[in-house]
Design a protein around this ligand. Structure first.
Ligand SMILES: CCc1ccc([C@H](C)CC(=O)N[C@@H]2O[C@H](CO)[C@@H](O)[C@H](O)[C@H]2O)cc1
Length: 820
């Protein structure tokens, strides 16, 4: 039966005014006269969502009607940020809504500020997932996200007074107008229990997984609208729900409360996001979270596949599943279980289908970030999966043995089971063996994967390794974050760049044009004033806006070398106090440390204490300000990035897989000071040597330097300015009550320095000098800044998604309606 055609809702100001007013009464249940700004936020959100959901149904009908291949993105993290403005823009009703609210006596900018970020992620990996979903919809691909509906997202960071303190992020405390709870889409997810063998009389063995505990995974849908297109896809997040049956043991003991408490305990699976982004967690709850969303997602994908009338043999043609790092890698074993135990396929056929469906993206080379699970834990929590993993490993090693007879060492290196130090399942190996393609997220990173982490696999299957360099969505990171720049570009080169970022190149002939440079300067200045307001609000510090803004915003991690920037700040401070006329600047830090990562928390504390001394030193005045903006998150990033002049991308070469902040900052006209690491290399290739400040050891020089095993302290020899900065930290110059932390950090730099901060400091200092020198010539600086914007088109997430679609997913767009 064809569903009745939907009568499209009006998209004009009048129509939206009506919808917002109706929503205030009908959904929010408030008389507009008494409504709070949060009520107006909800009412406006409902007015938009009803227009998005119309398009969602149209999109779905078209996809169901056409023989489209669906792409499913499995990610434990989605760092979405605020939804209202992005949904208004992508649905093409932003201006009309702003006007409608004004006519209802409301200020749009005040209203949107009431929305909490949906911070369901840690950093780069989570934000990339959000950018990819937006681009899938914008380009009309049938692409859907699956993840977890954490009740508590990324913790809120406060400094009390200098040290990071985490506060829970219960972002759903006021409900969420954007989600559609799907009570009918609930799947029982099993944990623990045991595997029962059933021997058939045809000699075949059938396995069933029984007993243990069950919880329900319930779907919550978040429509994802495309920009300038009527396609609306979906992000389905799973929330844990207790099953309704009690554990009779308690009940009979009349311990009703215990029985209920036990039930609610099972709902804790989707309670909170693990705030670690570089060290594997290894906690049982984390494994259960991973399996919980993977099992619900695969169940849902297969159900939809069969509901659409497809057979299992159609799977590789209709379904592509991308594993966002190893976090969902258990999906390989789960799909094998479903295909064999539920659908009765034989091992070989099931395995064939599996490998054709899955692909795996690696986001880090850091050994401590690669997930491994103790075999006994996996056996206890997921007994059937451990069996299947053993079989996968057996079949795989058999193949390796045939290819490399007698090479036991190779077998050990390749095995899915790490036999050293307590047997552990290597989730990266499961992901590689179970996928038809593996990709890194920048050219250097993918090469390093082939040469190091997955060298043995690359030797086996060179054809399976491809590179897909990251990108960012220009909708959020340019059009929304930087409306002045968007207008400026629109006047000069039109608006097509918004759909095809390579068209920014049209700016190239004008980069040295004084009038254009003037306008660009004004745009940057306006953004600096907006940032200065945020800095004032969050830190109480007043910053000048007529000086260079030097920005390092990213998670706090030793390899990202916030310490390198800190040493430079201290040297500048000393030079100013020594009476040198150092060009004035504002140095801005932003970033969270994983709660258990003490070194990172020490770095935050010391930066804050150094900043406090500098910012209150009358000898320095306003020639140097150092600010650490608390609670760095997506919405804060949209204010910081447009105001930046200098983008700090100074990781030790070989450690930052790609970086995406580097792309956002350059696209907003900041010049990069960076090492030849991750995507910095491709940014250098795109913008040109003269429009970027590259410094420091290359990846291979780092390897050689490490091999030489020089003591870091040796780097201080003949470098008085540098050793003075380290001494000042060590001697507690910047602290009045915590010498220990400062002394420890100084000692760490002098005797450990595993990421070669001291070794790279001279080159870094020189690169910063080059930046100062260029900044002192505004026309040259602006030429370089505008050239960066003109040449950064490649780093659009739309290009990234097209690469995935062509190189990995074999998926094609299915536009619902012609582009506006
Ligand atoms: C298990 C704990 C955990 C959680 C998250 C992660 C992520 C892989 C860390 C991450 O966000 N990596 C970043 O991914 C970005 C997107 O590809 C890259 O641009 C960054 O270089 C990379 O550090 C590792 C380990």
């Amino acid at each position: 039966t064809t569903a009745p055609p939907l009568s499209p809702l009006p998209h004009d100001t009048e129509g939206l005014k009506q919808s917002i007013r109706d929503a205030m009464v009908r959904f929010v249940g408030k008389d507009p006269k008494q409504a709070t700004q949060r009520d107006w936020l909800d009412a406006t959100s409902f007015a938009v969502r009803e227009r998005m959901i119309e398009r969602r149904l149209l999109t779905r009908r078209q996809f169901d009607a056409e023989d489209v291949k669906r792409v499913y993105y499995l990610s434990m993290e989605y760092l979405i940020g605020r939804m209202l403005e992005a949904n208004l823009r992508n649905t093409g009703i932003l201006d009309e809504t702003r006007e409608a609210l004004a006519q209802l006596g409301q200020d749009y900018d005040e209203i949107v500020a009431w929305e909490d970020d949906a911070a369901l992620g840690n950093g780069g990996l989570g934000r990339l997932a959000a950018c990819i979903l937006e681009s899938l919809a914008t380009q009309g691909y049938p692409g859907f996200g699956y993840g977890i509906r954490y009740e508590y997202g990324m913790f809120r960071q406060q400094f009390e007074p200098y040290r990071q303190v985490e506060h829970p992020d219960n972002w759903l405390r006021y409900g969420n107008p954007w989600e559609f709870p799907r009570a009918e889409r609930k799947y029982p997810i099993r944990f623990y229990g045991e595997v029962v063998e059933h021997h058939r009389n045809d000699g075949s063995v059938h396995y069933s997984w029984e007993d243990g505990e069950q919880i329900l995974a319930m779907a919550y849908d978040y429509p994802t609208a495309g920009y300038g297109r009527r396609n609306v896809n979906n992000l389905r997040l799973w929330g844990a729900k207790a099953t309704r049956d009690f554990d009779l043991r308690y009940f009979n003991e009349g311990d009703y409360i215990r029985a209920v408490a036990d039930k609610s305990q099972s709902e804790s699976i989707s309670m909170v996001l693990y705030p670690n982004d570089a060290t594997a967690i290894g906690k049982e709850l984390r494994l259960k979270q991973e399996y919980f969303f993977v099992a619900a997602s695969l169940h849902d994908i297969l159900d939809r596949h069969t509901e659409l009338g497809y057979t299992l043999d159609d799977l590789p043609h209709q379904v592509a599943i991308q594993l966002n790092d190893t976090h969902p890698a258990i999906a390989v074993a789960e799909l094998m279980r479903l295909l064999m135990d539920r659908h009765g396929l034989h091992w070989a056929r099931a395995w064939e289908l599996c490998r054709q469906v899955f692909a795996y993206t690696n986001h880090t080379l850091m050994p401590e970030a690669l997930e491994t699970w103790p075999v006994d834990l996996m056996t206890r929590v997921l007994p059937r999966h451990m069996q299947i993993i053993y079989r996968i490993n057996h079949e795989f090693l058999e193949m390796v043995r045939r290819r490399f007879p007698g090479d036991e060492e190779r077998l050990k290196r390749l095995s899915l089971i790490d036999e050293e130090g307590g047997r552990n399942v290597r989730m990266a190996h499961l992901a590689v063996v179970g996928s038809h393609q593996i990709n890194g997220v920048a050219a250097l990173h993918t090469e390093l994967l082939k040469q190091t982490l997955f060298a043995d696999f690359y030797q086996l299957w060179p054809e399976r390794f491809v590179n897909v360099t990251n990108g960012v969505t220009p909708r959020l990171w340019m059009i929304q974050a930087n409306p002045e720049l968007t207008e400026f570009l629109g006047e000069k080169i039109g608006h097509d760049w918004q759909y095809d970022l390579e068209r920014l190149r049209a700016l190239e002939p004008w980069v040295a044009d004084p009038e254009l440079q003037q306008k660009f300067q004004q745009v940057k200045r306006k953004n600096k004033e907006r940032l200065a307001t945020l800095v004032r609000e969050r830190t109480g510090i007043r910053i000048r806006t007529d000086v260079l803004f030097d920005v390092q915003i990213k998670r706090i991690h030793e390899y990202k070398r916030q310490l390198l920037k800190l040493l430079h700040v201290i040297e500048l401070y000393n030079r100013i106090r020594d009476g040198e006329n150092v060009p004035p600047r504002v140095v801005i830090f932003g970033g969270k440390a994983a709660p258990g990562y003490q070194r990172a928390k020490d770095i935050i504390q010391v930066i804050n204490e150094v900043a406090d001394v500098i910012n209150h030193d009358p000898q320095v005045g306003d020639r140097l300000k150092c600010v650490f903006i608390p609670n760095y998150e997506v919405s804060a990033a949209t204010v910081i990035i447009p105001a930046a002049d200098l983008s700090e991308q100074i990781s030790t070469a070989g450690f930052e897989a790609s970086g995406t902040g580097n792309m956002k900052l350059a696209l907003n006209g900041a010049l990069t000071v960076g090492t030849l690491d991750g995507a910095n290399i491709e940014i250098r290739d795109a913008v040109g040597e003269d429009n970027i400040f590259i410094f420091g050891m290359t990846e291979s020089e780092v390897v050689a330097h490490r091999a030489r095993g020089e003591v870091p302290e040796a780097m201080l020899a003949g470098r008085p300015a540098l050793s003075r900065t380290v001494e000042m930290i060590e001697q507690g110059y910047f602290t009045c009550d915590d010498n220990a932390t400062h002394a420890e950090l100084g000692h760490y730099l002098r005797h450990q320095d595993p990421f070669f901060v001291l070794a790279d400091y001279p080159a870094y200092r020189e690169a910063c000098e080059r930046a100062d020198a260029l900044y002192a010539q505004p026309e040259c600086w602006n030429t370089a800044a505008l050239t960066n914007i003109a040449r950064m088109g490649y780093f659009s997430i739309d290009r990234t998604v097209r690469d995935y679609a062509e190189k990995i997913w074999d998926a094609t767009p299915e536009p619902v309606a012609p582009k506006r």
